[in-house]
Design a protein around this ligand. Structure first.
Ligand SMILES: [Fe+2]
Length: 181
């Protein structure tokens, strides 16, 4: 049983505000990649889709002369840090299990090492699939942040992913019961 669905997260005004800023199409694409990777690696699909969908929620708009400046962003960005905190707050408010909220926040924190001064960090499985899922949908020059989608289309994609997660969780539960019997 999941505490919070992806649709609840999607519908929340905070998610709408910040994920539309960083790219709704990218967020949904990464959530789907994360679902597939988690499934392949036998990890929690619930955590993976939520972390994938929320991974860029911390983006700030780096404007210079009214235009988004990619260089300014690359130098000053801490979106992984901000995103981890923002996603955590949102999940807790929606009633997420605090252990799950923490795991998701850490996967968001480590989905990129762009903010780290040096020394790579050893990632756990969830953290490393969210990083991979993000890289699968990236385009040069940050173009993946600009693809747009209608609210209705985005909602349908989110509901479909919720169904896939539920089906996968039910299947795994069934297999576990069968194996234990
Ligand atoms: Fe991303």
């Amino acid at each position: 049983m999941r505490h919070v669905t992806l649709e609840q997260i999607f519908q929340h005004p905070i998610a709408q505000k910040y994920i539309n800023r960083s790219g709704m199409v990218h967020a949904i694409a990464v959530a789907y990649h994360a679902f597939r990777l988690a499934n392949e690696h036998g990890l929690s699909v619930d955590l993976a889709v939520k972390a994938g969908f929320l991974h860029d929620i911390g983006h700030y708009t780096w404007y210079r002369d009214g235009k988004w400046d990619y260089e300014l962003y690359k130098t000053n960005d801490i979106h992984a840090v901000k995103g981890a905190e923002r996603a955590h707050k949102l999940l807790i408010r929606l009633g997420e299990d605090p252990r799950i909220a923490k795991e998701i926040a850490l996967a968001i924190l480590f989905h990129t090492d762009s903010f780290l001064p040096s020394r790579p960090i050893e990632l756990n499985s969830l953290q490393s699939i969210i990083k991979q899922a993000d890289e699968m949908d990236e385009e040069p020059g940050g173009q993946h942040h600009y693809r747009t989608i209608s609210y209705d289309k985005a909602l349908k994609a989110i509901q479909r992913l919720d169904e896939l997660v539920d089906r996968t969780l039910n299947q795994r539960e069934y297999v576990n019961k069968y194996e234990q019997a």
